[in-house]
Design a protein around this ligand. Structure first.
Ligand SMILES: [Zn+2]
Length: 240
C-alpha cells in the first residue's frame, strides 16, 4: 500500500452511498510502471464496518496501459485535513525518501529538502532529467549547508574542495562506533533493566541500516557510479 497525493485525482463524483470519491486518478501503475489515468469504481464503503471511526471507500481502478486492476483506498473526507488516498500494491518503481532522514537531519531542511523530495517525485514520474537536476541541486545545497557563510561563494568545485576542512569525518566515524557500542549493549542486556519495545528495536535496526549503508553500500555505490559515469563517457561539467 502506498500513499498518493490528493492532487493525483483528476475528477470526483458524489453520491449518498459513498460520499465524495475520485473517479479518475493519474498515477503510476503498480504492474507496468507506466503513468496513466485510472478509471475508478467504488466497491465498498469501509465506514460500514464496526470498528471504523473514519469514513473510507475501497475502490478499484484499471490501468489504461496494461489493464491491471489496482486497489485504491480513500480515508477521510475530501475537504478535511485528515484526507488520505492510497494505492495497492505499491508501484515497483516508486522510490520513497530515506526513512528518518527527512525528519531528523538539519541538513535536510528548507531548499535542500525541497530539492530532494522533488528529485524523488520526478524519479517516480519517470522524469529522469528533472530528477537528476534536482539531485544536483540537493547536493549543492548540502555542500553549502556544511560550509561556513564566508566559504559559500564561487564555483561549486571550489566549494567542494573546501568541504573536508569543515566537516569532521573522524567525528562521523566515532559517532558510528559509539552507535555500534551502544546498540550492542542494549541488545546484550535486554533481559535486565531495559525494556525493548518497538521503538527501541526500530532504532537499532535504523542504526544497523545506517552502519551498513555507510560502511558497505556507500563505498560500493560510489565505485559503481564512478565506473558507470566513466563508461558513459559523460563530459565533465565540473568547472562551470
Ligand atoms: Zn499498467
Amino acid at each position: 500500500m502506498y500513499q498518493i497525493s490528493k492532487s493525483t485525482t483528476r475528477s470526483w463524483r458524489k453520491n449518498n452511498k459513498f460520499g465524495k470519491y475520485p473517479v479518475s486518478i493519474n498515477t503510476i501503475c503498480p504492474e507496468c510502471g507506466e503513468r496513466g489515468t485510472f478509471s475508478i469504481a467504488p466497491i465498498a464503503n469501509l465506514t460500514d464496518q464496526k470498528e471504523s471511526h473514519l469514513q473510507g471507500v475501497s475502490m478499484r481502478g484499471k490501468c489504461p496501459t496494461c489493464d491491471f486492476k489496482a486497489r485504491f483506498i480513500q480515508v477521510g473526507e475530501e475537504d478535511k485535513p485528515n484526507y488520505k488516498l492510497f494505492i495497492h500494491p505499491t508501484p515497483k518503481l516508486v522510490r520513497q525518501p530515506i526513512h528518518g532522514v527527512i525528519e531528523n537531519s538539519e541538513i535536510f531542511s528548507g531548499r535542500v529538502k525541497k530539492a530532494y523530495l522533488e528529485a524523488i517525485d520526478a524519479y517516480n514520474a519517470k522524469q529522469w532529467i528533472p530528477a537528476a537536476i534536482m539531485c544536483g541541486r540537493a547536493l549543492e545545497g548540502i555542500t553549502l549547508s556544511l560550509l561556513p557563510e564566508d566559504k559559500r561563494k564561487g564555483k561549486f568545485a571550489k566549494q567542494l574542495s573546501e568541504l573536508p576542512n569543515h566537516i569532521d569525518i573522524n567525528k562521523t566515524l566515532s559517532d558510528l562506533t559509539n552507535g555500534i557500542r551502544k546498540g550492542r549493549n542494549i541488545a546484550a542486556h535486554f533481559d535486565e533493566s531495559l525494556d525493548i519495545d518497538e521503538t527501541v528495536s526500530a532504532m537499532l535496526l535504523d542504526l544497523l541500516d545506517s552502519i551498513i549503508e555507510y560502511l558497505f553500500v556507500l563505498p560500493e555505490n560510489i565505485e559503481s557510479l564512478d565506473k558507470k559515469l566513466q563508461s558513459e563517457d559523460i563530459k565533465s561539467t565540473d568547472e562551470k
